[in-house]
Design a protein around this ligand. Structure first.
Ligand code: HEC
Length: 201
């Protein structure tokens, strides 16, 4: 029997996903949250690569654009950890529908502080600008629009440089976020879901 271009691993993950969906009641898996999060933006360090004016502008923009509301641990569920501002989230965001499938795909907002191993310490200004404007990461991978780059696509060169300058001047925080999870795979770290559902009629 041929499954066309579907590989055996592909087939196994579809079967696993189907088994996980059988008799699935999403009400058992989810609880309603009403997170209210007020976030500070961390103070940057002096950095000879960027002017103080640029870094201050970057800090203002990062606060205004709400980067920390995803990229800070606890912020997505209303309990932000102020010692880990912008250092990535252990709570992920589901990008496929968890009401239809028990094991949705999940992305975990990255550590945006310049830690070499766990953050963006090895990114340069252009890498960050490209991510903001096109969602393409350093390894030429296209990021899902869960990271709202389509909303940032028209940001000016000056403003995106200011954001990059601010992030690269932050004190590095060591914090590994959980690995992203593909649809059908079971997430081992928590996640939230923002959905848009249209009535069928
Ligand atoms: C709605 C949530 C959300 C908001 C708001 C958000 N991001 Fe993200 N961002 C993400 C997620 C999720 C990822 C990881 C995407 C992935 O792994 O595919 C990400 C990835 C990134 C990356 C790539 C880092 C890496 O190591 O790969 C950068 C840089 C980034 N975001 C910067 C920003 C900046 C700057 C802002 C504010 C202007 C911002 N983000 C706002 C969710 C968000």
């Amino acid at each position: 029997m041929s499954f066309g271009r579907l590989s055996l691993t592909g087939l196994v993950s579809i079967l696993t996903a189907c088994a996980a969906t059988e008799n699935y009641n999403p009400l058992e898996d989810y609880e309603q949250l009403t997170p209210v999060t007020r976030l500070e933006t961390p103070v940057a360090r002096a950095n000879s690569q960027f002017s103080e004016e640029e870094v201050n502008r970057g800090r203002y923009l990062v606060g205004l654009l709400g980067c920390g509301s995803c990229h800070t641990n606890g912020a997505l569920v209303g309990t932000p950890d102020n010692s880990q501002l912008l250092a990535g989230s252990d709570t992920g965001i589901a990008y496929s529908n968890p009401l239809a499938n028990r094991n949705p795909g999940v992305v975990y907002p990255s550590n945006l502080t310049p830690d070499m191993d766990t953050g963006i310490g090895s990114w340069d200004v252009d890498d960050i600008i490209r991510m903001l404007q096109t969602g393409v990461d350093r390894h030429s991978g296209q990021t899902l629009p869960v990271m709202p780059w389509p909303s940032y696509a028209n940001i000016s060169a000056e403003d995106s440089r200011a954001i990059a300058g601010y992030l690269l001047s932050l004190p590095p925080v060591r914090h590994d976020v959980p690995e992203n999870v593909r649809p059908g795979q079971r997430a081992t770290a928590p996640f939230v879901h923002f959905g848009v559902y249209q009535s069928r009629e």
